[in-house]
Each structure stands twice: as structure tokens, then as C-alpha cells.
Design a protein around this ligand. Structure first.
Ligand code: DAH
Length: 344
């Protein structure tokens, strides 16, 4: 029996020595020390030995077990170390490799300008209103004092969907919708940014789709001077504190009186250059005192209330602010154009 044990030990140690990985080692552990292994079997057969032999063989068996366990443990340690090293070697990272650059998105320059204009008016106590781009003729024209067949409708060539529905040609219908919503309450103080549509041939300064921002204030005792002060405050925050404005008489069916507003040219500070065609002034918006008929149709008594309104083209303002020479750049989404505005 002693020889069997010695032979077992020899064999086990030899096999253990040759184990290549943890898996093999584990299989050997089961093979030699497991419940069905030879060692267990020998120990189980000890009952048949004589009383003198039993402790001797018992001791040898324990020694063999101890020896196998010791080698197992040492081998396990060695293999684990080797496997860890192999994994680390495989996962080595070259920290000197250049990184992969990811293109980050950015706010579109038009939206940047809209946000900037919104911020300025929010600071003056306005709220932002919105309205539909597919609009009823009533809101786009009729309620703005532009009845059917009125010649001033020709100022805005329109995309009609049916006789009564069209793509809005301006953001002014939101004035009417806001007044209706307010049901005669004052003050009304909103700006409305949004897309508008006109039947125009696209070129460097015209687009069939563009963006406007509308403004409307209604209260008691609103005067032309309020309009002028508000717009001056706006352009100075937008273009710089030294910017001046000039109001020229004009005509819009929904305002009376109406005024076209020019700002002093931010390129040449008013001395005359190519951008302002040597005039020193740039037209940036239309405005006026809300026409009594418009007030009345929307449920405000013109004898009690008055208001001013204005409308500006966002592309034009963005073009002036950033020196962009073609309105089509805003819509063709050329990344070389858009990327210039990531950090402005
Ligand atoms: N809706 C006009 C346009 O698209 C711009 C405008 C002018 C809006 C005067 C106004 C205004 O609110 O009072 O040309």
C-alpha cells in the first residue's frame, strides 16, 4: 500500500508540473484529491489494514495528500501570475497614439442669433410666443387689415395650399393669435421667432424660406417713443452701445403710422462702406403703431388701448453681424460654413 501511495504521489506531481493553465490544474485537483480520486479510495480501504499498519499508512497517505496540495497551490500561484501577465501584455495601451477626434455638434448660427435676440427681449420682460407655419388666410392677412384683393397682398407672394390656407408669409399672424388668446387683457408683450415662406426666386439675398422675429406690445398709453426706445435698446445690445437708429416713414396695412428702422452701419460706424452702400445706414426691420382696426378685430378697444409692433428678418441680422454674404449659406448646411460658428 505504501508503494501505491508513493507511485500515486510521483504520478500526481509529474502531471501537476506539466499543467498549462488553471483549467488543467483544476481538473488534476479533482482527479487526485476529489471524492472519486485514488487517494480517497485508498483511505477508504484502510479499514482492512491491521491495527499496526493503519497509523503508518495513514501518515503516509496524509503526507502524500499534503505534498500534492502544496504543489497544487504553488502551481496555481505560478499559473495565475503568468495568466495575469499575459493578459496585461495583451491589453497594453500605447498612450502616445493620437486620439480619435469626434466632431461635436453645435448650435446653428441662425438659432444662435435667435437665442441672442430672445435673451435681449426676455431681459425687457417679453415672453416668447409661437404660431403655426401653415396658417389661415384670416390670420396671415385678413385680421391684419389686408382684406382679399387688397393690393398690399402683392408685397408678399404666397404659397397657397387651398383658397383659405397658406404657408405664413410673415410672423405677424402670431400677433393676432396672441391678442385672441389674451382676450382683451393687458399688458401684451411678446416676441415670436419662426419660419416664414414666400414665392421668391432664391439668390444671395432672397430665399423662399427664411426666419423672422415679430414683436408686439399692447397696453394703455403705448406711444411711438416706446417703440423707438425699445428698438434702440435692442440694437445697442445686439450690435454695440455706439449703435444709432433712424426711423423712416413707411407703409404696412397693420400699422399706422408705420416706420422702417435703420441702424448705423456696424462695419464703418456710419461713415459709408460697401456693406451700407456708402449710406452709413442699414435697414433692419419694419415697425409701427398697431392699426386701430387690427386692435378692434382682435378684441381690444382702440380708444382705450394702443400698441406697437415690429418684424425683423433674422438672416439679415445674422448676415450683418457675422459678415455673411449669401443667405443660401444658412440652408445648404456646408460644414465648412457651419464650423466657423462653433465658438462665436
Ligand atoms: N410683417 C412685415 C413683413 O414681413 C414686417 C413687419 C412690419 C411686422 C411692421 C410688424 C410691423 O409687426 O409692425 O414684411
Amino acid at each position: 500500500m505504501r508503494e501505491r501511495l508513493e507511485a500515486l504521489k510521483e504520478e500526481a506531481l509529474r502531471e501537476l508540473e506539466q499543467a498549462q493553465d488553471s483549467q488543467q490544474l483544476n481538473d488534476l485537483r479533482v482527479k487526485y484529491l476529489g471524492k472519486k480520486g485514488p487517494l480517497t479510495e485508498i483511505l477508504r480501504g484502510m479499514g482492512a489494514l491491521s491495527a499496526e499498519e493503519r497509523p503508518v499508512i495513514g501518515q503516509v497517505a496524509n503526507e502524500v495528500r499534503g505534498a500534492i496540495e502544496q504543489v497544487l497551490e504553488a502551481k496555481q500561484e505560478q499559473l495565475t501570475r503568468e495568466e495575469t501577465n499575459a493578459r496585461l501584455r495583451k491589453e497594453t495601451i500605447d498612450v502616445t497614439l493620437p486620439g480619435r477626434r469626434r466632431d461635436a455638434g453645435a448650435v446653428h448660427p441662425l438659432n444662435k442669433v435667435i437665442q441672442e435676440i430672445e435673451d435681449i427681449f426676455l431681459g425687457m420682460g417679453y415672453t416668447v410666443a409661437e404660431g403655426p407655419e401653415v396658417e389661415q388666410d384670416y390670420y396671415n392677412f385678413e385680421a391684419l387689415n389686408l382684406p382679399k384683393n387688397h393690393p398690399a397682398r402683392d408685397m408678399q407672394d404666397s404659397f397657397y395650399i387651398t383658397d383659405d390656407i397658406l404657408m405664413r408669409t410673415h410672423t405677424s399672424p402670431v400677433q393676432v393669435r396672441t391678442m385672441e388668446r389674451m382676450k382683451g387683457e393687458v399688458p401684451v408683450k411678446i416676441i415670436c421667432p419662426g419660419k416664414v415662406y414666400r414665392r421668391d426666386d432664391d439668390d444671395a439675398t432672397h430665399s423662399h424660406l427664411f426666419t423672422q422675429i415679430e414683436g408686439l406690445v399692447i397696453d394703455r398709453n403705448i406711444r411711438m417713443s416706446d417703440l423707438k426706445g425699445t428698438l434702440l435698446q435692442f440694437v445697442q445690445e445686439m450690435f454695440g452701445q455706439d449703435t444709432r437708429i433712424r426711423l423712416r416713414p413707411s407703409f404696412f396695412p397693420f400699422t399706422e403710422p408705420s416706420a422702417e428702422v435703420d441702424v448705423s452701419c456696424m462695419m464703418c460706424k456710419g461713415s459709408g462702406c460697401r456693406t451700407c452702400k456708402q449710406t452709413g445706414w442699414l435697414e433692419i426691420l419694419g415697425s409701427g403703431m398697431v392699426h386701430p382696426r387690427v386692435l378692434e378685430m382682435a378684441g381690444y378697444d382702440p380708444n382705450e388701448y394702443s400698441g406697437f409692433a415690429f418684424g425683423m428678418g433674422v438672416e439679415r441680422i445674422a448676415m450683418l453681424k457675422y459678415g455673411i454674404d449669401d443667405i443660401r449659406h444658412f440652408y445648404t448646411n456646408d460644414l465648412r460654413f457651419l464650423k466657423q460658428f462653433v465658438h462665436v
